[in-house]
Design a protein around this ligand. Structure first.
Ligand code: F6P
Ligand code: MG
Length: 387
Protein backbone atom coordinates (compact mmCIF):
# COMPACT_ATOMS: atom_id res chain seq x y z
CA UNK A 1 0.00 0.00 0.00
CA UNK A 2 1.31 3.46 -0.97
CA UNK A 3 1.73 6.08 1.78
CA UNK A 4 -1.25 8.39 2.23
CA UNK A 5 -0.76 11.20 -0.34
CA UNK A 6 -1.46 14.90 0.27
CA UNK A 7 -4.94 16.27 -0.31
CA UNK A 8 -5.76 18.35 -3.35
CA UNK A 9 -5.32 21.99 -2.27
CA UNK A 10 -6.88 25.21 -3.48
CA UNK A 11 -3.35 26.66 -3.38
CA UNK A 12 -2.05 24.52 -6.25
CA UNK A 13 -1.21 26.87 -9.14
CA UNK A 14 -3.15 26.15 -12.32
CA UNK A 15 -5.31 23.52 -10.62
CA UNK A 16 -9.02 23.02 -11.14
CA UNK A 17 -9.34 23.17 -7.33
CA UNK A 18 -8.03 26.73 -7.40
CA UNK A 19 -10.28 27.83 -10.25
CA UNK A 20 -13.38 26.43 -8.51
CA UNK A 21 -12.68 28.98 -5.76
CA UNK A 22 -11.51 31.89 -7.91
CA UNK A 23 -14.14 31.55 -10.65
CA UNK A 24 -16.91 29.10 -9.85
CA UNK A 25 -17.84 29.91 -6.29
CA UNK A 26 -18.32 33.68 -6.92
CA UNK A 27 -20.41 32.75 -9.96
CA UNK A 28 -22.57 30.45 -7.82
CA UNK A 29 -23.13 33.33 -5.35
CA UNK A 30 -24.11 35.70 -8.18
CA UNK A 31 -26.56 33.13 -9.56
CA UNK A 32 -28.15 32.63 -6.14
CA UNK A 33 -28.66 36.40 -5.81
CA UNK A 34 -30.15 36.59 -9.33
CA UNK A 35 -32.51 33.63 -8.77
CA UNK A 36 -33.98 34.54 -5.39
CA UNK A 37 -35.76 37.70 -4.32
CA UNK A 38 -33.58 38.23 -1.25
CA UNK A 39 -33.92 41.36 0.92
CA UNK A 40 -30.95 43.80 1.03
CA UNK A 41 -29.43 42.32 4.20
CA UNK A 42 -29.14 38.82 2.68
CA UNK A 43 -27.75 40.24 -0.57
CA UNK A 44 -25.21 42.21 1.50
CA UNK A 45 -24.23 39.05 3.41
CA UNK A 46 -23.75 37.17 0.12
CA UNK A 47 -21.67 40.01 -1.34
CA UNK A 48 -19.53 40.16 1.79
CA UNK A 49 -19.00 36.40 1.49
CA UNK A 50 -17.93 36.82 -2.13
CA UNK A 51 -15.36 39.43 -1.07
CA UNK A 52 -14.08 37.19 1.71
CA UNK A 53 -13.49 34.39 -0.81
CA UNK A 54 -11.58 36.77 -3.08
CA UNK A 55 -9.31 38.27 -0.44
CA UNK A 56 -9.93 37.53 3.20
CA UNK A 57 -9.10 34.78 5.67
CA UNK A 58 -11.90 32.27 6.23
CA UNK A 59 -14.14 33.30 9.08
CA UNK A 60 -16.07 30.95 11.36
CA UNK A 61 -19.84 30.52 11.39
CA UNK A 62 -21.47 33.03 13.70
CA UNK A 63 -25.07 31.79 13.62
CA UNK A 64 -26.62 29.67 16.33
CA UNK A 65 -27.36 26.29 14.72
CA UNK A 66 -27.06 22.63 15.71
CA UNK A 67 -23.99 22.09 13.53
CA UNK A 68 -22.12 25.39 14.18
CA UNK A 69 -19.76 23.80 16.68
CA UNK A 70 -18.90 20.93 14.34
CA UNK A 71 -18.05 23.23 11.44
CA UNK A 72 -16.13 25.73 13.56
CA UNK A 73 -14.02 22.94 15.03
CA UNK A 74 -13.21 21.77 11.50
CA UNK A 75 -12.49 25.32 10.35
CA UNK A 76 -10.27 26.00 13.37
CA UNK A 77 -7.62 23.72 11.84
CA UNK A 78 -7.31 26.27 9.03
CA UNK A 79 -7.60 29.48 11.07
CA UNK A 80 -5.90 32.50 9.49
CA UNK A 81 -5.75 30.93 6.03
CA UNK A 82 -7.44 32.34 2.95
CA UNK A 83 -9.80 30.39 0.68
CA UNK A 84 -6.82 29.74 -1.57
CA UNK A 85 -4.86 27.90 1.13
CA UNK A 86 -7.26 25.08 2.01
CA UNK A 87 -7.79 21.41 1.27
CA UNK A 88 -10.13 21.54 -1.72
CA UNK A 89 -12.92 19.36 -0.35
CA UNK A 90 -13.04 21.25 2.93
CA UNK A 91 -13.12 24.58 1.04
CA UNK A 92 -16.02 23.49 -1.15
CA UNK A 93 -18.15 22.00 1.62
CA UNK A 94 -17.50 24.91 3.95
CA UNK A 95 -18.48 27.23 1.11
CA UNK A 96 -21.93 25.58 0.89
CA UNK A 97 -22.34 25.72 4.68
CA UNK A 98 -21.41 29.41 4.80
CA UNK A 99 -23.77 30.15 1.92
CA UNK A 100 -26.61 28.63 3.93
CA UNK A 101 -25.70 30.93 6.82
CA UNK A 102 -25.78 33.97 4.53
CA UNK A 103 -29.27 33.10 3.19
CA UNK A 104 -30.61 32.29 6.71
CA UNK A 105 -31.51 28.74 5.72
CA UNK A 106 -31.27 27.39 9.27
CA UNK A 107 -32.74 30.43 11.02
CA UNK A 108 -36.38 30.99 11.92
CA UNK A 109 -38.16 33.44 9.66
CA UNK A 110 -39.26 33.75 6.05
CA UNK A 111 -36.06 32.26 4.59
CA UNK A 112 -35.98 29.20 6.83
CA UNK A 113 -35.61 26.04 4.73
CA UNK A 114 -35.73 27.99 1.47
CA UNK A 115 -33.38 26.20 -0.93
CA UNK A 116 -31.26 28.86 -2.69
CA UNK A 117 -30.75 26.48 -5.61
CA UNK A 118 -34.42 25.55 -6.04
CA UNK A 119 -34.98 27.63 -9.21
CA UNK A 120 -32.02 25.95 -10.94
CA UNK A 121 -33.15 22.51 -9.77
CA UNK A 122 -36.72 23.01 -11.01
CA UNK A 123 -35.39 23.89 -14.45
CA UNK A 124 -33.36 20.66 -14.61
CA UNK A 125 -36.35 18.60 -13.51
CA UNK A 126 -38.72 19.95 -16.17
CA UNK A 127 -36.08 19.27 -18.76
CA UNK A 128 -35.65 15.70 -17.46
CA UNK A 129 -39.40 15.02 -17.63
CA UNK A 130 -39.48 16.15 -21.27
CA UNK A 131 -36.45 13.96 -21.95
CA UNK A 132 -38.16 10.94 -20.40
CA UNK A 133 -41.24 11.38 -22.53
CA UNK A 134 -39.07 11.44 -25.65
CA UNK A 135 -36.82 8.46 -24.88
CA UNK A 136 -38.65 6.06 -22.58
CA UNK A 137 -39.65 3.53 -25.23
CA UNK A 138 -36.00 3.15 -26.34
CA UNK A 139 -35.12 2.13 -22.81
CA UNK A 140 -37.93 -0.33 -22.25
CA UNK A 141 -37.50 -2.39 -25.40
CA UNK A 142 -34.54 -4.69 -24.72
CA UNK A 143 -34.16 -7.92 -22.71
CA UNK A 144 -33.54 -7.46 -18.94
CA UNK A 145 -29.72 -7.71 -18.89
CA UNK A 146 -29.27 -5.35 -21.86
CA UNK A 147 -31.83 -2.99 -20.45
CA UNK A 148 -30.16 -2.93 -17.07
CA UNK A 149 -26.81 -2.14 -18.63
CA UNK A 150 -28.34 0.64 -20.69
CA UNK A 151 -29.88 2.09 -17.52
CA UNK A 152 -26.59 1.78 -15.67
CA UNK A 153 -24.76 3.64 -18.43
CA UNK A 154 -27.48 6.28 -18.64
CA UNK A 155 -27.27 6.75 -14.88
CA UNK A 156 -23.52 7.26 -15.33
CA UNK A 157 -23.88 9.82 -18.12
CA UNK A 158 -26.65 11.52 -16.18
CA UNK A 159 -23.87 12.48 -13.76
CA UNK A 160 -22.66 14.98 -16.34
CA UNK A 161 -25.66 17.07 -15.34
CA UNK A 162 -24.08 18.97 -12.50
CA UNK A 163 -25.04 22.57 -11.89
CA UNK A 164 -21.97 23.38 -9.80
CA UNK A 165 -19.75 22.77 -12.80
CA UNK A 166 -20.32 24.92 -15.84
CA UNK A 167 -17.65 23.14 -17.91
CA UNK A 168 -19.68 19.97 -18.18
CA UNK A 169 -23.17 21.40 -18.18
CA UNK A 170 -23.51 21.25 -21.94
CA UNK A 171 -22.37 17.63 -22.18
CA UNK A 172 -25.26 16.74 -19.90
CA UNK A 173 -27.53 17.10 -22.89
CA UNK A 174 -26.35 13.57 -23.73
CA UNK A 175 -27.42 11.41 -20.82
CA UNK A 176 -28.72 8.37 -22.62
CA UNK A 177 -26.54 5.29 -23.05
CA UNK A 178 -25.05 5.12 -26.55
CA UNK A 179 -22.65 2.61 -28.14
CA UNK A 180 -20.59 5.55 -29.46
CA UNK A 181 -19.87 6.53 -25.84
CA UNK A 182 -18.68 3.15 -24.60
CA UNK A 183 -14.99 3.83 -25.23
CA UNK A 184 -15.30 6.79 -22.85
CA UNK A 185 -15.97 4.45 -19.93
CA UNK A 186 -12.43 3.96 -18.69
CA UNK A 187 -13.34 1.21 -16.24
CA UNK A 188 -16.52 -0.70 -16.99
CA UNK A 189 -17.69 -3.40 -14.59
CA UNK A 190 -21.31 -3.26 -15.81
CA UNK A 191 -21.44 -6.98 -16.48
CA UNK A 192 -20.22 -7.87 -12.99
CA UNK A 193 -22.74 -5.51 -11.45
CA UNK A 194 -25.50 -7.03 -13.58
CA UNK A 195 -24.43 -10.54 -12.54
CA UNK A 196 -24.36 -9.57 -8.88
CA UNK A 197 -27.77 -7.91 -8.87
CA UNK A 198 -29.55 -10.37 -11.13
CA UNK A 199 -28.52 -13.13 -8.69
CA UNK A 200 -30.63 -11.18 -6.15
CA UNK A 201 -29.83 -8.97 -3.17
CA UNK A 202 -32.10 -8.10 -0.31
CA UNK A 203 -31.21 -4.41 -0.33
CA UNK A 204 -29.67 -2.10 -2.91
CA UNK A 205 -28.47 1.31 -1.66
CA UNK A 206 -27.97 4.32 -3.88
CA UNK A 207 -25.96 7.27 -2.57
CA UNK A 208 -27.41 9.82 -4.92
CA UNK A 209 -25.97 12.93 -6.49
CA UNK A 210 -27.71 15.42 -8.79
CA UNK A 211 -31.34 16.21 -9.63
CA UNK A 212 -32.59 16.23 -13.22
CA UNK A 213 -31.49 13.55 -15.65
CA UNK A 214 -29.19 11.90 -13.13
CA UNK A 215 -31.95 11.36 -10.58
CA UNK A 216 -34.30 10.35 -13.39
CA UNK A 217 -32.01 7.49 -14.42
CA UNK A 218 -31.27 6.56 -10.80
CA UNK A 219 -35.01 6.19 -10.23
CA UNK A 220 -35.47 4.29 -13.49
CA UNK A 221 -32.69 1.94 -12.40
CA UNK A 222 -34.32 1.43 -9.00
CA UNK A 223 -37.69 0.75 -10.57
CA UNK A 224 -36.16 -1.79 -12.93
CA UNK A 225 -34.31 -3.65 -10.16
CA UNK A 226 -37.47 -3.80 -8.02
CA UNK A 227 -39.64 -4.78 -10.93
CA UNK A 228 -37.33 -7.66 -11.84
CA UNK A 229 -37.25 -8.80 -8.22
CA UNK A 230 -33.44 -8.39 -8.20
CA UNK A 231 -33.71 -6.48 -4.90
CA UNK A 232 -36.39 -6.52 -2.22
CA UNK A 233 -35.82 -2.87 -1.40
CA UNK A 234 -33.90 0.11 -2.75
CA UNK A 235 -32.75 2.84 -0.36
CA UNK A 236 -31.90 6.28 -1.74
CA UNK A 237 -29.47 8.24 0.45
CA UNK A 238 -30.08 11.93 -0.19
CA UNK A 239 -28.64 15.17 1.18
CA UNK A 240 -30.19 16.76 4.25
CA UNK A 241 -29.62 20.29 2.89
CA UNK A 242 -28.72 22.19 -0.28
CA UNK A 243 -25.24 21.05 -1.36
CA UNK A 244 -23.09 21.42 -4.51
CA UNK A 245 -26.01 23.28 -6.14
CA UNK A 246 -27.74 20.34 -7.80
CA UNK A 247 -27.50 17.58 -5.20
CA UNK A 248 -30.86 16.01 -4.44
CA UNK A 249 -32.61 16.18 -1.07
CA UNK A 250 -35.63 14.01 -0.16
CA UNK A 251 -37.95 16.91 -0.96
CA UNK A 252 -36.39 17.18 -4.46
CA UNK A 253 -36.94 13.47 -5.04
CA UNK A 254 -40.55 13.79 -3.85
CA UNK A 255 -41.12 16.84 -6.02
CA UNK A 256 -39.70 14.96 -8.98
CA UNK A 257 -41.94 11.96 -8.34
CA UNK A 258 -44.92 14.30 -8.32
CA UNK A 259 -43.83 15.60 -11.73
CA UNK A 260 -43.72 12.01 -12.97
CA UNK A 261 -47.16 11.19 -11.57
CA UNK A 262 -48.72 10.82 -15.02
CA UNK A 263 -45.92 8.71 -16.47
CA UNK A 264 -45.74 4.95 -16.33
CA UNK A 265 -42.39 5.16 -14.52
CA UNK A 266 -43.79 7.61 -11.97
CA UNK A 267 -46.79 5.40 -11.17
CA UNK A 268 -44.62 2.34 -10.69
CA UNK A 269 -42.19 4.22 -8.45
CA UNK A 270 -44.99 5.60 -6.32
CA UNK A 271 -46.41 2.09 -5.85
CA UNK A 272 -42.98 0.85 -4.70
CA UNK A 273 -42.70 3.78 -2.33
CA UNK A 274 -46.11 3.20 -0.81
CA UNK A 275 -45.25 -0.47 -0.31
CA UNK A 276 -41.99 0.52 1.44
CA UNK A 277 -39.77 -1.04 -1.23
CA UNK A 278 -38.38 2.33 -2.36
CA UNK A 279 -37.12 4.43 0.53
CA UNK A 280 -35.81 8.02 0.56
CA UNK A 281 -33.54 8.74 3.49
CA UNK A 282 -31.02 11.39 4.53
CA UNK A 283 -28.06 11.60 6.89
CA UNK A 284 -26.07 14.72 7.86
CA UNK A 285 -22.81 12.96 7.00
CA UNK A 286 -23.50 13.20 3.27
CA UNK A 287 -23.28 17.01 3.39
CA UNK A 288 -20.27 17.29 5.69
CA UNK A 289 -16.58 17.83 5.08
CA UNK A 290 -15.42 14.40 6.29
CA UNK A 291 -14.06 11.68 4.05
CA UNK A 292 -15.77 8.31 3.72
CA UNK A 293 -13.15 6.66 5.88
CA UNK A 294 -14.50 8.84 8.74
CA UNK A 295 -18.08 7.73 8.21
CA UNK A 296 -20.01 7.70 11.50
CA UNK A 297 -20.65 4.29 13.03
CA UNK A 298 -24.44 4.42 12.73
CA UNK A 299 -24.26 4.99 8.98
CA UNK A 300 -21.51 2.42 8.43
CA UNK A 301 -23.52 -0.14 10.42
CA UNK A 302 -26.59 0.59 8.33
CA UNK A 303 -24.72 0.30 5.01
CA UNK A 304 -23.10 -2.94 6.11
CA UNK A 305 -26.53 -4.57 5.63
CA UNK A 306 -26.59 -3.61 1.98
CA UNK A 307 -26.19 -6.12 -0.85
CA UNK A 308 -24.58 -3.39 -2.95
CA UNK A 309 -24.08 0.35 -2.52
CA UNK A 310 -24.10 2.40 -5.71
CA UNK A 311 -22.17 5.62 -5.16
CA UNK A 312 -23.01 8.31 -7.68
CA UNK A 313 -20.86 11.17 -8.85
CA UNK A 314 -17.59 12.96 -8.64
CA UNK A 315 -17.82 14.19 -5.07
CA UNK A 316 -18.53 10.70 -3.74
CA UNK A 317 -15.47 9.48 -5.64
CA UNK A 318 -13.37 12.25 -4.13
CA UNK A 319 -14.58 11.35 -0.65
CA UNK A 320 -13.82 7.65 -1.20
CA UNK A 321 -10.24 8.59 -2.10
CA UNK A 322 -9.69 11.20 0.65
CA UNK A 323 -9.63 13.81 -2.16
CA UNK A 324 -5.92 13.10 -2.34
CA UNK A 325 -3.20 12.87 -4.96
CA UNK A 326 -3.11 9.11 -5.45
CA UNK A 327 -1.07 7.85 -8.39
CA UNK A 328 -3.28 7.00 -11.39
CA UNK A 329 -2.28 3.36 -11.02
CA UNK A 330 -3.26 3.08 -7.33
CA UNK A 331 -6.00 0.51 -6.62
CA UNK A 332 -9.40 1.69 -5.45
CA UNK A 333 -10.10 -1.65 -3.78
CA UNK A 334 -7.00 -1.20 -1.59
CA UNK A 335 -7.54 2.46 -0.73
CA UNK A 336 -11.25 2.04 0.04
CA UNK A 337 -10.97 -1.35 1.76
CA UNK A 338 -12.47 0.39 4.82
CA UNK A 339 -15.87 0.78 3.11
CA UNK A 340 -18.52 -1.20 5.04
CA UNK A 341 -20.12 -2.98 2.06
CA UNK A 342 -19.58 -3.99 -1.55
CA UNK A 343 -19.92 -0.88 -3.65
CA UNK A 344 -19.85 0.39 -7.20
CA UNK A 345 -18.99 3.92 -8.16
CA UNK A 346 -20.63 5.55 -11.20
CA UNK A 347 -18.82 8.79 -11.83
CA UNK A 348 -17.96 11.07 -14.70
CA UNK A 349 -14.50 12.63 -14.38
CA UNK A 350 -14.89 16.20 -13.11
CA UNK A 351 -12.21 16.57 -10.44
CA UNK A 352 -8.46 16.10 -10.80
CA UNK A 353 -8.35 12.66 -9.22
CA UNK A 354 -8.34 9.21 -10.78
CA UNK A 355 -7.08 5.75 -9.84
CA UNK A 356 -7.32 2.23 -11.21
CA UNK A 357 -5.64 2.87 -14.56
CA UNK A 358 -2.92 0.77 -16.16
CA UNK A 359 0.64 2.15 -16.38
CA UNK A 360 0.86 4.78 -19.13
CA UNK A 361 -2.93 4.97 -19.68
CA UNK A 362 -3.36 8.37 -18.02
CA UNK A 363 -0.48 9.85 -19.99
CA UNK A 364 -1.91 8.56 -23.30
CA UNK A 365 -5.35 10.02 -22.57
CA UNK A 366 -3.87 13.32 -21.37
CA UNK A 367 -1.83 13.67 -24.56
CA UNK A 368 -5.00 13.36 -26.64
CA UNK A 369 -7.25 15.42 -24.34
CA UNK A 370 -5.54 17.66 -21.74
CA UNK A 371 -8.87 18.39 -19.99
CA UNK A 372 -9.73 14.71 -19.52
CA UNK A 373 -9.87 14.83 -15.71
CA UNK A 374 -12.37 17.67 -15.48
CA UNK A 375 -14.37 17.88 -18.70
CA UNK A 376 -16.90 15.16 -17.83
CA UNK A 377 -16.38 13.40 -21.13
CA UNK A 378 -15.24 10.15 -19.56
CA UNK A 379 -16.65 7.98 -16.83
CA UNK A 380 -16.16 4.88 -14.72
CA UNK A 381 -18.48 2.13 -13.53
CA UNK A 382 -16.29 0.35 -11.03
CA UNK A 383 -17.29 -2.45 -8.69
CA UNK A 384 -15.43 -3.22 -5.47
CA UNK A 385 -16.70 -6.46 -3.95
CA UNK A 386 -16.37 -7.47 -0.33
CA UNK A 387 -15.38 -11.11 0.07
O1 F6P B 1 -17.02 22.38 -7.92
C1 F6P B 1 -16.50 21.42 -8.75
C2 F6P B 1 -16.77 20.04 -8.26
O2 F6P B 1 -16.32 19.83 -6.99
C3 F6P B 1 -16.18 19.00 -9.16
O3 F6P B 1 -15.25 18.20 -8.57
C4 F6P B 1 -17.35 18.21 -9.51
O4 F6P B 1 -17.37 18.22 -10.86
C5 F6P B 1 -18.59 18.89 -9.01
O5 F6P B 1 -18.17 19.86 -8.20
C6 F6P B 1 -19.57 18.01 -8.35
O6 F6P B 1 -19.79 16.87 -9.12
P1 F6P B 1 -20.84 15.76 -8.77
O7 F6P B 1 -22.18 16.40 -8.85
O8 F6P B 1 -20.64 14.72 -9.82
O9 F6P B 1 -20.51 15.25 -7.41
MG1 MG C 1 -23.49 16.94 -7.33
Amino acid sequence: MIDQPLPLMTSEPGSFARSTIVERKPQIIRQVIADNGYPPDIVAALDAFRHEIAAGPIRPLTEVAPDTEFWNEQAAAHRGRTWLELPWYFAETYFYRRLLEAVRYLQPGPWHDQDPFAPQKREQESEAVAFLAQHWTELTAADPETRFEALLHSSLWGNRADLSNLTVRELARGGLDAPSERHNILIDHSQWITARLSAGVSRLDLVTDNVGRELLFDLALAEFVLDQGWATSVVFHLKDRPFFVSDAMPRDAEHFLALLANEDLGRRLEAHRLAGRLVFTEHPFWSRCLMFRDMPEDLAADLSHSGLVLLKGDVNYRRLLDDAHWPYTARLEEIAAYFPASFAILRTLKGEIMVGLSPGQAETIAAADPGWLINGKRGIIQLVSKP
